[in-house]
Design a protein around this ligand. Structure first.
Ligand code: G3P
Length: 225
């Protein structure tokens, strides 16, 4: 399963990349707007941090097929051929997806709130579909269950796609989908940090250090004894 960062702040991205096993970065227009900087400047910096092989997800804006295709070309030129184009899973979006498939451009169906949207995006050839787990929860539905149902619909219909589940507010939502074996999740830095925020773990490590220093002296490590 791939683990990506759903964020565009390059300081945070660099920190999370250094600490955790991360496969890529996803952005959307709202995430880029929070940076208040020119989008391509931010995206090129992200590409430098994650390297040519890192997964980068960038969304097109135009609902018009020809304009969307030009946007996709520009995004790939600016950020590298490995970048995946995010397309909202709407009626106009499916039309754009079918065209991208014909052109051999990798893409992902985003803004997925229902199983049918996810199924249709996968059927259009999306490499990933992105259900918004927490936003679905906030509609009074079960975002984890909708995501599992999309995963099952893709597998049972033999479609060459998988989830890039997004919009998480807590570790439990992510963990449920890790256990289910979905293709990928994309998570904000604060939720990634909460994966291992645990006072018991911190206490165990402090105790190991204290015991070892009791044995060999303050500040000593396995290099000094
Ligand atoms: O990429 C979609 C995702 O960023 C939505 O997350 O946190 O805005 O619900 P959120």
């Amino acid at each position: 399963m791939k683990l990506c960062i759903d964020h565009a702040d390059t300081i945070q991205i660099r920190r999370i990349y250094e600490n955790y096993p991360i496969d890529g970065v996803s952005t959307n227009p709202s995430i880029l707007a929070k940076c208040s900087r020119p989008p391509y400047e931010v995206l090129r910096e992200i590409r430098d941090i994650i390297g040519p092989e890192g997964e980068l997800f960038v969304q097109i804006i135009s609902p018009d097929e020809e304009a969307a295709l030009q946007e996709a070309d520009r995004i790939l030129k600016e950020t590298g051929e490995q970048t995946l184009i995010k397309v909202p899973s709407t009626a106009e979006g499916f039309r754009i997806m079918k065209r991208l498939k014909t052109e051999g451009i990798r893409f992902i169906g985003t803004a997925v709130y229902t199983v049918m949207q996810g199924f249709l995006a996968a059927k259009c050839g999306a490499e990933y579909v992105a259900p918004y787990v927490n936003r679905i929860d906030n509609m009074g539905l079960d975002g984890v269950q909708v995501s599992k149902d999309i995963h099952d619909a893709i597998c049972r219909n033999g479609l060459d796609s998988g989830l890039l589940a997004a919009s998480f507010r807590n570790t439990q939502q992510v963990l449920e989908l890790i256990k289910y074996g979905v293709k990928a999740v994309t998570v904000s830095p604060d939720v990634i940090d909460s994966f291992v925020r645990n006072a018991e773990v911190d206490n165990a490590v402090i105790r190991f250090t204290r015991d070892f220093e009791g044995l060999c002296g303050e500040g000593k490590t396995m290099l000094d004894c």
